[in-house]
Design a binder for this molecule. Structure first.
Ligand code: SAJ
Length: 423
């Protein structure tokens, strides 16, 4: 029986840090690695550099127990988990630089019998590349199941939802695909020690595509809702009412339209499928284009709403990529605010209760972060971009006589508020 006591987690971001923490709190000795020295220092002090509900408490517990330590350098371990970003380049081609760097950085520390697990969402074939990169660095190791000097390499795509990461890390079903059967088997053994959900076994390439397909499925369905919202706008129909009615059908479940699709996953991963099968992935490509076009539709609506106003003051509510998170990555709200700042000379007021200061690229612009109440009070036009719970309790009275553009359908709009349109 093989023992797996020490785990080295590469990348302490939204996936790596919660994973390292859950493992540490489940009795593993965890060595977390990140290139961000500030993050490493904070974690070693029992603090966090990202917001995720309850993560601060769990990290503190893990560090205080002595089971979680962070560093900029990997260490020897039984299991290595790679949880680094897989962005795309300008041409929507996957950028595997971080995965390659992480793989090469752990290679000197690997020993026969170790398991290397790629959790980063990756294009088909990446797990096999990880194995190749390791063997390039370490000619003394092998991936041949029958050799003594073998190592095991698998893909176990992360599938957790930001905002519910700690719960989903334990409860979600996991797909595990090794580069060979023994890799799958060993990796399953490892996840079984802390995952309560089902563990589904396959090969590495199928595991890679299944993760991409899950996010592409969601993207296509959101694109359907977004396209409907634009059709409804053209036909002067309230899209929220329409979706609510249609969803009463037993086999219909239309998602919610919004200002576009953000985050580091759904707005990115479908491109990996398009890149792998450019001629065939027509629907997936179109969905991406529909969702990417939605921020520009919202901007046109704002322009239309302000065309008769002299120097209109615009307040944007929300910058995060979705409700109740502080994550601004690929956020359509950020994109819209940036565009507005280029169109209007006057200050654009932004309220985002989950952050304390604007990101650098917005700080340089005519954009100011203020409290929600102040933003609304100053504004002629209120644009709601994120459905944070915080905004759902906005007092109706505060919106009186404002032009309201609610891209998420959550504001308490009544007939005595001038509504320019519901997108
Ligand atoms: N959105 C809508 N309308 C909806 C649902 C979502 O406009 O009805 C928007 C959100 O506002 C956001 C974007 O889509 O901008 C994505 O949000 P999300 O909550 O759908 O998903 P993510 O990106 O937070 O997390 C997804 C999840 N994937 C699926 O649900 C299939 C999660 O399980 C994955 O682990 C994660 O991607 C990932 O890391 O890949």
């Amino acid at each position: 029986m093989y023992k797996m006591k020490k785990v080295c987690v590469i990348g302490l971001g939204y996936i790596g840090l919660p994973t390292a923490t859950v493992l540490a709190n489940n009795g593993f000795e965890v060595h977390g690695v990140d290139i961000n020295e500030k993050a490493v220092e904070l974690i070693n002090n029992g603090q966090v550099h990202i917001y995720e509900p309850d993560l601060d408490i769990m990290v503190k517990k893990a560090v205080e127990s002595g089971n979680l330590k962070a560093s900029v350098i990997p260490e020897k371990a039984d299991v290595f988990i790679i949880a680094v970003p897989t962005p795309f380049k300008e041409n929507h081609k996957p950028d595997l630089t971080y995965v390659e760097q992480a793989t090469r950085s752990i290679s000197p520390y690997l020993e026969p019998g170790n398991i290397v697990i790629l959790e980063s969402t990756s294009p088909v074939g990446t797990t096999e590349k990880v194995a190749e990169w390791i063997l390039e660095e370490r000619e003394d190791l092998s991936i041949d199941e029958n050799r003594e000097n073998r190592i095991f390499v698998s893909h176990c795509p992360e599938r957790v939802l930001p905002g519910k990461i700690l719960k989903e890390l334990i409860e979600n079903n996991r797909i595990i695909g090794g580069i060979n059967e023994e890799s799958t088997k060993r990796t399953v053994g490892f996840y079984k020690s802390f995952v309560k959900g089902k563990i589904l076994e396959t090969n590495a390439r199928t595991a890679e595509l299944s993760k991409l397909a899950e996010n592409a499925f969601r993207d296509v369905n959101i694109a359907f809702a977004n396209e409907l919202s634009m059709i409804c706008d053209e036909l002067n129909i309230n899209v929220w009412e329409l979706i609510n009615l249609a969803n009463h059908h037993p086999r219909v479940n239309i998602l919610q339209p919004g200002p576009g699709v953000g985050g580091h996953c759904i707005a990115v991963d479908p491109w990996f499928i398009v890149d792998a099968a450019p001629e065939t992935a027509k629907l997936i490509r179109t969905a991406r284009m529909v969702n990417d076009s939605k921020p520009y539709f919202v901007i046109e609506k704002i322009k239309e709403a302000t065309k008769n106003l002299k120097n209109p003051t615009i307040a944007c509510l929300g910058l995060a990529f979705k409700a109740n998170v502080d994550d601004l990555r690929e956020s359509p709200a950020v994109k819209i605010v940036k565009e507005l700042s280029a169109i209007y000379d006057q200050t654009i007021y932004v309220a985002e209760p989950h952050i304390e200061e604007l990101p650098k690229d917005l700080l340089e612009l005519n954009v100011r972060l203020v409290k929600t109440e102040d933003a609304i009070e100053k504004a002629d036009v209120v644009v709601l971009l994120v459905d944070h719970d915080y905004f759902k309790v906005i007092d109706k009275k505060a919106l009186l006589n404002k032009i309201v553009i609610d891209t998420r359908g959550v504001l308490p709009i009544t007939s005595n508020i001038e509504v320019s349109m519901i997108i």
